[in-house]
Design a protein around this ligand. Structure first.
Ligand code: IVH
Length: 699
């Protein structure tokens, strides 16, 4: 897409644009700005190899927004700002596909594939057929139309003849270009097909977020991706970080006088064309083979790699490479005769629902867990499956004794797809949700907009144990050697009653217990001691305050000097912090208004835990304490972002513009208007990078 030279050129353009005050950018610089932004989106979303820091991208993006805001006549439909949509979508209009969106024929073993090859050879009269093989992405299929290089429509598959028009949602997918130079290939209207995905990491993050909100997590990345396309709030769609692969040109019209380009004579070449146009096609994953033997080998080799990929695939797709041959082979009403899917081993199995147990979580949430007859799925024996909440049981109409279909996709926790109602004998029993906590017997409560019932007895032993388990977990205080089983054991024996109890453990007593040698006791003691030094944000996360995940914990820690400062924050003040909404603010406020919680925190401080924000103390003591800085021009050795981080680490502050508040302007090559402005203010000291570095090194 971008040659080495263009890349260099665009980096230079970026550096120049970054030096400029956004307000001073001219209309002429507008296209350069857009090109630079598109280039950086490509580096980030397609190549996964960004060349600028996030804040630098944001700086450019904001500059573009500003210029376009001043004169909306300058906005183009493919401007990087045009992905963002405000407001809600009313309905998704019908979108007839230019060419029907067919399904694929499936194969499950090498005989099926050899059969497919034999038929294709018979129909074409050829001895050997060339195939292109690529992954079968497991998401939601989409169809995109580009007219005169501009994305004009995005649609879901629907019934294959017409789908839903979801253009605004599709535009939230940063790996799909809003414009692509199809005209360079003589093409006017182009319809392309692809798959929308949510990668495994983003899926897990999103589910974590749902769980924290007391909602049921989504079953698998496939449902998450397909479902997201039909959300009526594009801003919510943008938050889910969808990705897309495109793998098929289903229709094109040629511009007047143009011939079919060589890129549209083979499937492999069309993937390369799409890649060169800035799409994420399986250009790097595809492989071409003469005959079926190599294909079969390749498919089984790829299956092994399946779990290492960042996204889900459920097989491979084998396509006749020559597009003229594809035409010759044609299609049935269901699938093309020129392609076949080779499905990987199913990650589903059937089992019997034996019983439902109800577990109490850290925040008192009651989770129904189905105990099923052990069934091997994808190499793992599954005997326990979370049902998430009462609604899931109702929606899926599950009964004890039911035969159930269970799925385990990749890293995803196993779940029940459905019960097989036809297999019922009539003896199945209704699942009864408890009215009281299965552990402490207190009555259960459910908030109106929540799907989860909760035990609100803060002393509930199940909750206390879960809170301790969370406190010691890897991402929290990271106390190794004190895993789930030991916490439960120590709690049952009365060795730990609450979180401070971790720090007063009787190691002599533990020493007398079976399975605890001197070495494991030494290790445990060291791990507990080490945890006292964990930074404040970890401690904040470890407390298990509802809705306070790792990110919010970091935000909170940055805003305070001492953990108990949070006692003084009102819900409104809390909402002033980044990404803290009313729900999160309410929960934090509630936590710090509870005397018991404050007692626990005071005990922890006495026991030697770090409640002070050490980072802040460090920077307050830094060499640049109280000084303000601004950088301009290209620095000889430092990256701008690194230099700015150094200022903050040493107690200094970065300003956004030249003013009388500024103490130091650090000047690099090609410094522009900021330098001129600074020269006019007597109090601003203009220094070089070397002088700046010396200030930091000074003791
Ligand atoms: S080609 C005319 N290639 O699988 C056939 N499909 O089970 C066009 N899929 O509806 C489809 N990865 O949504 C093709 N590399 C790939 C694919 C792929 C996933 C989906 C597609 C299709 C479904 C059929």
């Amino acid at each position: 897409m971008y040659s080495k030279e263009t890349t260099k050129q665009l980096q230079k353009v970026t550096a120049e644009l970054l030096k400029k005050d956004p307000a001073s950018l001219t209309k002429k610089e507008l296209e350069a700005l857009r090109s630079a932004l598109r280039f950086h989106e490509y580096r980030y979303y397609i190549l996964n190899d960004p060349l600028v820091a996030d804040f630098e991208y944001d700086q450019l993006y904001k500059a573009l927004e500003k210029i376009e805001g001043l004169d909306p006549g300058l906005i183009t439909p493919d401007s990087p700002t045009q992905r963002v949509a405000k407001g809600l979508t009313k309905d998704f209009p019908n979108a007839p596909h230019l060419v029907p969106m067919l399904s694929l024929d499936n194969s499950y073993n090498s005989d099926d594939l050899l059969d497919f090859d034999r038929k294709a050879r018979e129909l074409t009269g050829l001895n050997v057929i060339e195939y292109c093989v690529e992954p079968k992405f497991d998401g939601g299929s989409i169809s995109l139309v580009y007219e005169n290089d501009i994305l004009v429509r995005g649609a879901t598959r629907g019934d294959g003849v017409e789908g839903d028009e979801v253009t605004t949602n599709i535009k939230q997918i940063r790996s799909l270009p809003l414009s692509a130079k199809f005209s360079d290939y003589g093409l006017q209207v182009v319809e392309i097909r692809g798959e929308v995905l949510i990668n495994k990491t983003n899926f897990a993050k999103y589910n974590q977020h749902l769980i924290e909100q007391g909602l049921a997590p989504l079953a698998n990345p496939r449902n998450a991706a397909a479902g997201t396309l039909r959300i009526k709030d594009p801003a919510e769609v943008a938050k889910r970080n969808l990705e897309a692969f495109v793998y098929h040109v289903s229709y094109y019209s040629l511009a007047r006088g143009k011939k079919i380009p060589a890129e549209l004579t083979s499937h492999a070449a069309s993937l390369k064309m799409l890649w060169d146009l800035g799409f994420r096609s399986p250009e790097r994953e595809k492989k071409v083979f003469k005959g079926m033997e190599g294909v079969i080998r390749h498919c089984s080799e790829f299956e092994v790699k399946r779990d290492n990929l960042p996204y889900e695939i459920d097989g491979m797709v084998i396509k006749v490479n020559d597009l003229a041959l594809q035409d010759k082979l044609g299609m049935t009403s269901h699938h093309p005769r020129w392609a076949i899917a080779c499905k990987f081993k199913a990650r589903q199995g059937t089992s019997k629902l034996l019983n439902v147990e109800f577990q109490v979580g850290r925040t008192g949430s009651i989770t129904p867990v189905a105990k099923i007859q052990p069934v091997p799925i994808g190499g793992v024996t599954v005997s326990s499956v979370s049902l998430f909440n009462e609604e899931v049981i109702r929606e899926k109409d599950l009964k004890i004794g039911d035969t159930v279909l269970v799925e385990r996709a990749g890293d995803v926790i196993p779940y029940i797809v459905k019960s097989l109602a036809d297999a019922r004998s009539g003896k199945e029993k209704k699942i009864i949700f408890p009215k009281t906590c299965p552990v402490c017997n207190s009555p259960l409560f459910k908030e109106e907009e929540e799907a989860v019932w909760r035990c609100i007895n803060i002393e509930c032993p199940a909750q206390v144990v879960e809170r301790i388990i969370h406190f010691v977990s890897k991402d929290a205080m990271d106390i190794r050697g004190l895993g789930d089983a030991n916490v439960r054991k120590f709690y049952d024996l009365g060795l730990i009653k609450d979180i401070p109890g971790i720090y007063t453990l009787d190691f002599n007593k533990i020493g007398t217990m079976e399975g605890f040698g001197q070495k494991s006791i030494d290790n445990l003691q060291a791990a507990i001691l080490h945890s006292k030094k964990q930074p404040l944000h970890r401690l904040l996360f470890a407390l298990g305050i509802r809705f306070v995940g790792e990110t919010t914990a970091k935000t909170l820690a940055q805003a305070i000097n001492h953990l108990l400062d949070l006692k003084k924050f009102s819900p409104e003040q809390l909402q002033g912090l980044e990404d803290v909404g009313p729900k999160v603010a309410g929960s934090i406020y509630h936590f710090f208004s509870n005397k018991n919680n404050i007692d626990i925190l005071e005990q922890l401080e006495k026991l030697g835990l770090q409640l002070k924000n050490q980072k802040k103390e460090l920077s307050a003591a830094g060499n640049l304490k109280g000084q303000t800085f601004l950088f301009t021009g290209t620095l000889p050795t430092l990256k701008r972002s690194d230099a700015e981080a150094m200022v903050e680490e040493n107690g200094g502050q970065i300003l956004t513009g030249v003013s009388t508040k500024l103490n130091y302007l650090v000047v690099g090559e090609d410094a522009g208007s900021k330098l001129e402005k600074a020269k006019k203010i007597n109090t601003v000291r203009i220094i070089s990078e070397a002088e700046f570095l010396q200030m930091i090194r000074k003791k």
